[in-house]
Write a protein that binds this ligand. Structure first.
Ligand SMILES: CC(C)(COP(=O)(O)OP(=O)(O)OC[C@H]1O[C@@H](n2cnc3c(N)ncnc32)[C@H](O)[C@@H]1OP(=O)(O)O)[C@@H](O)C(=O)NCCC(=O)NCCS
Length: 164
């Protein structure tokens, strides 16, 4: 397989994508293009030799209220009401390609893309849609945020260490 991750484009054939979660499949097929054009979320897709995505994730800017961070981390930050963060709102791997570390590959690509940005971001944030997704992220040192159920984060200083 010649794996490649690129921004979602018109040439990507999304019709057959099936990650087993209808809402995520529908998002890729009907909403992701619009969100990219309107610049509310960027969508990146993984392909091999063909035009059909086998995985995708989205990235957008967000913010974390200082009061939602664990106190030991918040204490080290300036007293702004919120700090900038990057939200990976969606991540999905097609069912036919599960268990080949492609979820991890996508997460590492999203980490590295966020690290390369010149715009400061304090943390990388995800919304785990269920307990299984939460377990997946916690294996990569994600921690819970206080306010929202299943919203997890990892400080970018920790992400940078992964690539050091
Ligand atoms: C979660 C998902 C992205 C993982 O993709 P994947 O390619 O199958 O996972 P990988 O092969 O990269 O697995 C990496 C590690 O995560 C673990 N893992 C994978 N899926 C998991 C799950 N659902 N729950 C817990 N752990 C999981 C693997 O066992 C592996 O751990 P190991 O290092 O101990 O072997 C994929 O199952 C998926 O698309 N699920 C449906 C949508 C979804 O839940 N998205 C999550 C965000 S809402």
């Amino acid at each position: 397989m010649a794996l490649r991750i690129a921004p979602l484009g018109d040439h990507h054939d999304r019709a057959v994508f099936d990650c087993g979660v209808e809402a995520l499949d529908r998002y890729l097929k009907t909403q992701a293009g619009q969100d990219s054009r309107k610049r509310v979320a960027s969508c990146f897709v993984l392909t091999d030799d063909g035009p059909a995505p086998i995985a995708f994730y989205t990235l957008a800017a967000t913010a974390i209220a200082l009061t939602d961070l664990p106190p030991p981390l918040a204490k080290k930050l300036p007293r702004y009401p919120a700090v900038p963060a990057t939200l990976m709102g969606r991540l999905a791997v097609d069912r036919r390609f599960r268990g080949r570390r492609l979820g991890e590959f996508m997460l590492m690509d999203a980490f590295s893309r966020t690290l390369r940005s010149e715009i400061a971001t304090y943390a990388f944030v995800v919304d785990a849609k269920d307990e299984a997704a939460e377990r997946f992220y916690k294996a990569y040192q994600f921690l819970p945020l206080a306010a929202a159920q299943r919203r997890l984060f990892i400080p970018m200083t920790e992400v940078a260490r992964l690539f050091a």
